[in-house]
Design a protein around this ligand. Structure first.
Ligand SMILES: [Zn+2]
Length: 254
């Protein structure tokens, strides 16, 4: 079995000095690739170095809606030249549930990064909470990205369809292990098999089985197990589809 963790933050201080061991543990459990997403220009170099130093680690560059601070704005134009080794632009998006910055600023930062992703024909890794309609509206107005994922997607099957019409897919992680939502199961059924990918968002959102700990890359196995229970499909089959989806969307040879 081979798995790809399409959304994590391996540059987190939580993994300092033990990243190599954590990746080896995940590798022996079947994880063959990771996409580590930066959240602010100050982390772009770190994720680039991680992908140069660790086999199977890829990176995405972007400015996350929680981090579109004044110092990040002048650096956005350089994203185009900085992203030559990146497999995606991300983590970018909109968040009106935790609006660290006003939505107007988020929209302008998001739209500029989306433009760069379209120009470079790179897929995107999207963070979206409470602003799905605003995001869809922006796609309608300015054009959708050339593929990508909404990570930790919290919408239902109807919203999923609207994003799938733009060629987007979805990655789900620790929330699957909550096994608490009939709507999420309907969502899974809607997006499986060709639009479901798996993630950990490590070090955040640990699965129920690892509650209260720093979420580590090998925990993707718990997310896979939960997806298998909810979909009532063998884990090996979900692994095969979600890994193929990751390869196709991010252009990774697996
Ligand atoms: Zn994240």
């Amino acid at each position: 079995m081979r798995l790809v963790d399409v959304h994590c933050h391996l540059d987190s201080p939580a993994f300092e000095r033990r990243l190599h061991d954590l990746l080896e543990t995940a590798r022996s459990a079947g994880v063959c690739a990771w996409i580590s997403a930066a959240i602010h220009p100050s982390g772009w170099e770190a994720v680039r170095m991680l992908s140069r130093c660790h086999a199977g680690v890829y990176h995405a560059l972007g400015v996350h809606p929680w981090y579109c601070s004044d110092d990040s704005l002048p650096l956005i134009p350089s994203l185009a030249s900085q992203a030559s080794e990146a497999v995606a632009i991300g983590e970018i998006g909109l968040d009106s549930k935790r609006p660290v910055f006003p939505l107007e600023r988020q929209l302008s930062v998001f739209s500029r990064q989306l433009g760069i992703a379209r120009e470079l024909k790179l897929p995107v890794i999207l963070h979206c909470r409470g602003a799905f309609n605003e995001m869809l509206q922006l796609f309608r107005k300015e054009g959708a990205p050339a593929g990508g994922i909404l990570h930790n997607f919290s919408g239902g099957p109807e919203l999923a369809k609207a994003f799938m019409d733009y060629g987007l897919a979805f990655s789900l992680g620790g929330v699957l292990t909550w096994r608490n939502s009939a709507r999420r199961t309907l969502l899974l059924k809607e997006i499986y098999p060709h639009s479901l990918l798996l993630e950990t968002d490590a070090p955040d959102i640990p699965p129920v089985e690892a509650r209260g700990t720093v979420n580590s890359p090998a925990n993707i196995l718990y997310n896979l197990k939960a997806a298998s229970e909810l979909l009532d499909v063998p884990a090996e089959e979900i692994a095969a589809f979600s890994t193929a989806n990751a390869g196709r969307i991010f252009g990774i040879a697996l």
